[in-house]
Design a protein around this ligand. Structure first.
Ligand SMILES: *[C@@H]1O[C@H](CO)[C@@H](O)[C@H](O)[C@H]1NC(C)=O
Ligand SMILES: *[C@@H]1O[C@H](CO)[C@@H](O)[C@H](O)[C@H]1NC(C)=O
Ligand SMILES: *[C@@H]1O[C@H](CO)[C@@H](O)[C@H](O)[C@H]1NC(C)=O
Ligand SMILES: *[C@@H]1O[C@H](CO)[C@@H](O)[C@H](O)[C@H]1NC(C)=O
Ligand SMILES: *[C@@H]1O[C@H](CO)[C@@H](O)[C@H](O)[C@H]1NC(C)=O
Length: 137
């Protein structure tokens, strides 16, 4: 398990600086959700998939970590964060990052998307509606 940090979640601020929303994203589907709490903390797990769209690559991975910090999922460019939202609810935030080569500029264009959902402990699946897609040169 590897801890990491989220990119700034200030979507609108980022948009003003150097990002631009490109399209309406597809919803992400989470399955096999579960969370177990002990005095040492709460361990969550879920699988998440995102369908391919015109501008976003598809992904499918398993995420597992301890609340409340961000943790990288099996696919390293998916990051998950689960935070308490009043027992028995949790706020699950997921971020997807990827890059696309820009040969004419000899560089990589980086993109990221994130979204969150409020989930009950006993839910089995849930949907995340990711915020608009952002590209950062
Ligand atoms: C969740 O993902 C793991 C690892 O990719 C896989 O082995 C498992 O079958 C998946 N479970 C469900 C319910 O999709
Ligand atoms: C969560 O992150 C904070 C700040 O980086 C750190 O102090 C804390 O130990 C972390 N908690 C866990 C459970 O890793
Ligand atoms: C938990 O979520 C459910 C469904 O959204 C809501 O009805 C309930 O009020 C929430 N409970 C708390 C303690 O926030
Ligand atoms: C990140 O995830 C995508 C799926 O969206 C995958 O195609 C790509 O190879 C992954 N790695 C990087 C570094 O983008
Ligand atoms: C989740 O619940 C919190 C607190 O009730 C709320 O501020 C937030 O907007 C909700 N998020 C989603 C994605 O519904």
């Amino acid at each position: 398990m590897q801890l990491t940090t989220f990119l700034p979640l200030a979507l609108s601020a980022l948009g003003l600086v150097n990002g631009a929303p490109l399209e309406k994203p597809a919803n992400w589907k989470a399955t096999a959700w579960g969370i177990d709490c002990s005095p040492g903390g709460c361990i969550y797990r879920f699988n998440i998939t995102g369908a391919q769209t015109e501008n976003t690559p598809a992904f499918s991975t398993h995420c597992e970590g301890t609340t409340p910090n961000a943790t990288v999922c099996d696919l390293k460019n998916i990051t998950a964060m689960v935070q308490p939202a009043g027992t028995p609810n949790w706020t699950v935030t997921v971020q997807h990052r990827w890059s696309i080569p820009e040969p004419e500029y000899n560089s990589l264009q980086e993109y990221w998307q994130s979204g969150s959902a409020n989930v009950t402990e006993t839910a089995e699946s849930f949907t995340i509606v990711p915020a608009s897609l952002y590209g950062v040169a």
